[in-house]
Structure formats: C-alpha cells, structure tokens
Design a protein around this ligand. Structure first.
Ligand SMILES: C/C=C/C(=O)SCCNC(=O)CCNC(=O)[C@H](O)C(C)(C)COP(=O)(O)OP(=O)(O)OC[C@H]1O[C@@H](n2cnc3c(N)ncnc32)[C@H](O)[C@@H]1OP(=O)(O)O
Length: 123
C-alpha cells in the first residue's frame, strides 16, 4: 500500500474566517499536492484529479497550525488510482501563553478526511 505524507505550516496570511480559521477548500489544495506526489511515485507523471467521492470537515484548521496530510492509495485501476486522504493538526499556536507561543500536540486532531480519484496517462 502506497502512502505519501506532507507537512505544512499554515501562515497567518492564509486565515479566512473569524478566529483565524482557514476555509475548507484549503484542505483540498493540500490533498491535490500530496496526490500529485502519489502519481509521481507510482506513475512518473503528475496525474489529474478526477473526482472526490467524499469530503468530511471534522474540526477547524487555523493559522499557525502545523498540518500533516496523509494520502493512502486504496485501489489501482488501469489509469485511475483511488486515494484516502487525512489532514491532521499536529501543532498549534498558544496565543493564551504569548503571541508567538506554539506547541506540538500529544494527540493529533483529525481535521478533514476525503476519498478521491486521480487519473494518469496511458503507459
Ligand atoms: C494530482 C492532482 C492534480 C490536480 O489537482 S489537476 C486539477 C484538477 N483536475 C483537472 O483539471 C482534471 C480535469 N479532468 C480531466 O482532464 C479528465 O476528466 C480526466 C483526465 C480526469 C479523465 O478523462 P479521461 O482520460 O478521458 O477519462 P477516461 O478515459 O474516461 O477514464 C480513464 C480512467 O479514469 C476513470 N475516471 C474518469 N473520470 C472519472 C471521474 N470523474 N471519477 C472517477 N474516475 C474517473 C475511469 O473510470 C478510468 O478508470 P480506469 O482506467 O481505472 O478504468
């Protein structure tokens, strides 16, 4: 089973809503980037995202978060690859301590999950 993991800091300039929340589509952009690496690893091509069959927003993501984005290939078709995605918050700011205080979380917070399909060119 192929798994690719990215880590990303959420800049404060990417905050969109009250409480420094980012928009839900932010996670889809991150899933596209990790899916691109999956396609490069498996097929030597960046591939194209064809569809999402499920997207679940389970907890907010905020500016200052450190995110871990995991893509796991669950099915290999002829040209299609089905992928399960999970975006977890693994670090977060602690503005209650000081403006720049932050910590890595003992238990990651699962923020967004999805299932999607990418398509690669014929061999
Ligand atoms: C890695 C991330 C990249 C991005 O984010 S790129 C930006 C967003 N994506 C795009 O702009 C893509 C736009 N869409 C397209 O260009 C085309 O649309 C596709 C290339 C995705 C597919 O078109 P075609 O190559 O003509 O597809 P087919 O020959 O009919 O099928 C080939 C395989 O792809 C599966 N498939 C096609 N469409 C979908 C779909 N919408 N959802 C799930 N699977 C799909 C089929 O079943 C089959 O699979 P089987 O080769 O394994 O038998």
């Amino acid at each position: 089973m192929t798994t690719v993991t990215h880590r990303r800091y959420v800049p404060y300039s990417h905050a969109h809503y009250a409480g420094n929340l980012v928009d839900g589509a932010y996670a889809l952009g991150l899933f596209g980037d990790v899916a691109t690496e999956v396609c490069i690893v498996l097929d030597g091509d960046e591939g194209l995202f064809a569809s999402y069959s499920d997207v679940q927003f389970k907890a907010p993501m905020k500016a200052g978060d450190v995110l871990e984005i995991v893509a796991t290939v669950t099915r290999m078709g002829t040209r299609s690859r089905t992928i399960d995605f999970e975006c977890r918050v693994v670090g977060r700011g602690r503005p209650d301590r000081s403006e720049s205080a932050a910590e890595m979380l003992e238990t990651p917070i699962v923020a967004v999950t999805a299932t999607g399909t990418v398509v690669v060119p014929p061999k």
